[in-house]
Design a protein around this ligand. Structure first.
Ligand code: FNR
Length: 182
């Protein structure tokens, strides 16, 4: 069975990030024909258009990883009611030089966790706006606005009981959505 590769982009660099844990927990719920790879963002330089003709090796690697994937998953915190700069920086890198974006046409989804009650809803709306421009068709429902609190994850990193059925259902919808767009 050919593996369907999902490039996972996590918008937090924090060691104990809830969103990193969410990305890892979701990957454990994936069906066997899907593989989820969390991409490294912390070695990407700040985007500078002057570098378009000679991108850093880390930028080349990041773009190649996106290009080699069949689908995308964005797992992001909310920073000041939008997406973190780290995530926007990565998105901008892979969208350039003009005409050489690697995002277009790959089916994607947006999920997120925050300590705030609205669970990244505003950041996700901003991200959906960006992805629309980049021609990334994005799963509409179910929306995943996770309020990070005690019990969200089990000690082994798996998704805790309270969110498990919901997120397993989300995974079923997401993978069906990806299959439809391949
Ligand atoms: C936050 N946080 C936050 N939370 C939220 O729900 N809405 C917001 O607008 C913000 N804004 C914000 C800005 C900045 C600069 C930081 C550092 C944090 C809190 C945020 O939800 C919390 O730090 C999460 O733990 C971040 O996600 P990770 O790193 O755990 O994945």
């Amino acid at each position: 069975m050919a593996q369907i590769k999902v490039a996972v982009i996590v918008g937090s660099l924090r060691k104990d990030s809830f969103n990193l844990k969410l990305a890892k927990g979701l990957a454990k719920l994936a069906p066997p024909d899907f593989s989820f790879e969390i991409l490294k963002l912390d070695d990407l330089p700040l985007y500078n258009q002057d570098d378009d003709a000679s991108p850093a090796a880390t930028v080349v690697r990041f773009k190649e990883q996106i290009a080699a994937s069949q689908a995308l998953l964005f797992v992001t915190p909310e920073y000041n009611r939008s997406i973190p700069g780290v995530l926007k920086n990565a998105i901008d890198h892979a969208s350039r030089p003009y005409g050489k974006s690697v995002w277009g046409g790959k089916p994607g989804a947006v999920v997120g966790a925050s300590v705030g009650a609205i669970g990244t809803a505003m950041a996700q709306q901003h991200l959906r706006n960006i992805l629309g421009y980049l021609n990334v068709p994005t799963l509409g429902q179910p929306e995943v606005f996770i309020h990070a609190k005690e019990g969200l994850f089990n000690p082994d990193g798996s998704i805790g009981e309270a969110s498990l059925a919901f997120l397993q259902g989300w995974m079923t919808q997401y993978t069906a959505w990806v299959q439809k767009h391949l």
